[in-house]
Ligand binder design. Structure first.
Ligand code: ZN
Length: 157
């Protein structure tokens, strides 16, 4: 009986830590947002010139070489949707054009493992200010649990 109870207990512990892990955002090595919950990880990073760099990492967040992934993105800016195409640069995929003016809009990032793979879509709420708590770009903030609404905009007004 005792063994079964211990097994049940360790199962519960495992389930709890897995949930905690899923809720906590992973800090992107370049300062961007990790879109994935499982490896291989995908990081969305906005450069100073507002082009987007998408990088890939293993479980330990070590960069992995590209293996034919195909990335595209749609910026749902207030001025209209803008498609971003990506090309390989320094081992990552970099957008050929910059994000449209403004912020506080959704960027849908579509990742395919290869040209014929099914696309996976990830949504990022793009904010260009810096978070006062973690000092990361707001879209890549790791302070709150994933999916929680931020109050930075309220402070700005
Ligand atoms: Zn933060």
């Amino acid at each position: 009986m005792k063994t079964i109870r211990n097994l049940a207990l360790s199962f519960i512990t495992l389930a709890v830590s897995a949930a905690a892990f899923a809720a906590k955002p992973i800090p992107g090595p370049k300062g961007g947002r990790i879109l994935t919950t499982d490896a291989p990880h995908v990081e969305f990073f906005v450069e100073k010139d507002r082009t987007v760099t998408v990088s890939f990492y293993d479980k330990a967040l070590k960069p992995v070489a590209l293996t034919g992934q195909v990335v595209s993105a749609t910026a749902e800016a207030k001025t209209g949707k803008v498609q971003l195409a990506f090309a390989e640069k320094n081992g990552a995929l970099v957008s050929k054009t910059a994000l449209p003016e403004g912020d506080d809009y959704t960027v849908v990032v579509q990742v395919r493992d290869n040209a014929s793979a099914r696309p996976k879509n990830y949504r990022v709420l793009y904010h260009d200010e810096v978070c006062g708590e973690c000092k990361r770009a707001e879209y890549a903030c790791i302070c709150d649990d994933a999916g929680k609404e931020h109050d930075h905009d309220k402070k700005k007004k």
